[in-house]
Structures are given as structure tokens and as C-alpha cells.
Design a binder for this molecule. Structure first.
Ligand code: ATP
Ligand code: MG
Length: 289
């Protein structure tokens, strides 16, 4: 049995004609120590799936097991980095991280918790911003705090929900490299599931990439392994033959899931339409041909 196993997970929101069937029969297996990325379109249900795997949201059908045990709530040893930083606005960067350390290591004296928090903030390049509050930090710095907070709890399982989605391309590239370094230098073996909409980001960080089909009734496609040793650099991946094969597989799987869409997607998004119904690539409905 794999370390993390999601079996036949389905999830809908609402009832009756307004019901939204988001996930359909999703199955995923992640081995201990593996870094797995799930890549999918905007609004396809990625956060919903991650929230079910973490135990934050219950599934309607199917189950999630961690180390063989059914997941019911956030597991000990798991840390989550959310899409939108989720820092406490009235506390400094240091205090935000220390509070997480205090929750993970309640027996430590406050001074030791603060030293530990400071060490992780310094590791991720925030040594000079320890006492600033989130509103006094840039988006990239806030996300660095969120990453330091996750790593400072010394997790054995790390859940990342589009950790760099809100950042500009340059900041994103810097943070991806820092995360790659942190993952490979972690003192304990960390099992990671990352949600992303970027194939390149998944290639840089993952052992395995799983494409997710578009909404509604999204499910996972065939996973593909990335052979190159970690940590990797973007430059290494540019011309690597295996990376080209993986990139092609993921992009083709995502595109195929759009082509299988049963109805004509709007080319111009109407006010009434929902983001999850609008594919990134608009294609004509083949069934009408
Ligand atoms: N609590 C909820 N109640 C009702 N609908 C919800 C709820 N959570 C998510 N949804 C709907 O489920 C669908 C998938 O949402 P989700 O946030 O999982 O997508 P996502 O792939 O993470 O999107 P994004 O790429 O924007 O982060 C969306 O249509 C969303 O409106
Ligand atoms: Mg999301």
C-alpha cells in the first residue's frame, strides 16, 4: 500500500439543478518521500482535491488513507502552504512562524521556538524582515514566510496549493529554486503533494506529475515520472530529452481533456459563466461537426 492513497474520491457542491459535480472517481497513490505534482486548469477542482487529501474537506464518496489509516482531519506531521499566504496580519513574520513552531513543538521554551523560527526565515532569505508584519511585506516575501512556516514545523508531509500562483514570473522562479533546495536539504524525508497550473514548475520540483482533467467531473490522468535527479534547474530542463517527453505527455493530456469536453465553450466569457467552465484553450465542439 502506498503512503498516501486516495481511492475513488468524488465531490459535489450544492444540490438539485445548481449542483456542481467537481471531482469524479479520483484515485492517487503517493509513495513515502515522493514529490508529486498535480497539474490542471484554473477552477478544475485542484484545491478541492488537495483539501480532501489533507482532511480539511470531507469527500462525498471514496476515501483517503495516510500510512494505512483513514484521514479524518489534518494529520500530525503535515504542513500546508495555501494559495493565498494565509498569514496572521497582526503578527510579525517571526511570530507567524513561531506560532506554528509552538503548535508543533509545544514543550520547547519560547526562546527556542523563536530561534528555530528565525533559522527557517533566514534560510529562505528573510533574515532582515523578521519583525515586519505581512502588510509590510511584498507578495513574494509573504509567500516566503508561509514556506518558512511550513518547513519550520519539520513536516513529514507537505501539501502545497499553488504556492507561487500569485507571484510575478521572476519572483516565482527564485522561490521555486529556494523550495527545491529546501526540499532536498530537509533533515527528514518529506512526502510532498503540490498543486500547480505550471508544467515547468512541476518539472522543476517533482518526481512524478499527474495531469488533471478539466471541470466538471474532473479526474486524474496517467501520471508521468521525471527521471532527472533533484534538485534541478530550469536551464537543465530546457533541453533535457526526458523533460521534453514529460512536458509533451502532460500538455497532451491536458489538451486532450479539453478536446473531450462535451459542449461548445464560450470564446468570450459571459458575465454569467463560471471560471471553472471556461477552458484556457477554447476549441470548437466536435460533436456538432
Ligand atoms: N465550498 C464550495 N462551495 C461551492 N462550490 C465550491 C466550493 N469550493 C469550490 N467550489 C467550486 O468547485 C470548483 C473547483 O474549485 P477549486 O477551488 O477546487 O478549483 P481550483 O482548480 O483549485 O481553482 P484555481 O485554479 O482557481 O485555484 C469551482 O467551480 C468552485 O466554484
Ligand atoms: Mg485552487
Amino acid at each position: 500500500m502506498a503512503f498516501i492513497e486516495a481511492s475513488a474520491v468524488s465531490k459535489s457542491f450544492g444540490t438539485g439543478p445548481s449542483a456542481r459535480h467537481v471531482l469524479h472517481d479520483v484515485t492517487l497513490e503517493v509513495e513515502r518521500g515522493e514529490f508529486v505534482s498535480i497539474v490542471g486548469f484554473m477552477g478544475c477542482g485542484k484545491s478541492t482535491l488537495l483539501n480532501i487529501i489533507t482532511g480539511l474537506v470531507p469527500a462525498d464518496a471514496g476515501e483517503v488513507r495516510l500510512g494505512g489509516d483513514l484521514v479524518r482531519g489534518i494529520s500530525q506531521g503535515a504542513a500546508i502552504v495555501f494559495q493565498n499566504y494565509s498569514l496572521l496580519p497582526w503578527f510579525s513574520a517571526l511570530e507567524n512562524v513561531r506560532l506554528a513552531v509552538a503548535a508543533a513543538f509545544p514543550a520547547w521554551p519560547r526562546g527556542r521556538q523563536a530561534d528555530h523560527a528565525r533559522r527557517y526565515l533566514e534560510k529562505i532569505g528573510l533574515g532582515s524582515a523578521l519583525h515586519r508584519r505581512p502588510s509590510q511585506l511584498s507578495g513574494g516575501m509573504r509567500q516566503r514566510v508561509a514556506i518558512a512556516r511550513a518547513f519550520a514545523t519539520e513536516p513529514t508531509i507537505l501539501f502545497l496549493d499553488e504556492p507561487f500562483g500569485a507571484l510575478d514570473a521572476l519572483t516565482r522562479a527564485n522561490l521555486q529554486q529556494d523550495l527545491a533546495q529546501l526540499c532536498s536539504s530537509a533533515e527528514r524525508q518529506v512526502t510532498t503533494i503540490m498543486i500547480t497550473n505550471s508544467v515547468e514548475e512541476a518539472l522543476l520540483l517533482s518526481d512524478r506529475i499527474v495531469p488533471m482533467t478539466r471541470a466538471p467531473r474532473a479526474t486524474l490522468g496517467r501520471p508521468v515520472g521525471v527521471a532527472m535527479a533533484r534538485p534541478r534547474t530550469a536551464a537543465q530542463l530546457l533541453h533535457d530529452e526526458d523533460a521534453v517527453r514529460v512536458r509533451t505527455h502532460v500538455v497532451e493530456s491536458l489538451t486532450a481533456s479539453v478536446h473531450r469536453a462535451p459542449r461548445l465553450p464560450p470564446l468570450i466569457k459571459s458575465e454569467a459563466s463560471d471560471a471553472s467552465d471556461t477552458p484556457l484553450i477554447a476549441v470548437p465542439d466536435r460533436t456538432e461537426a
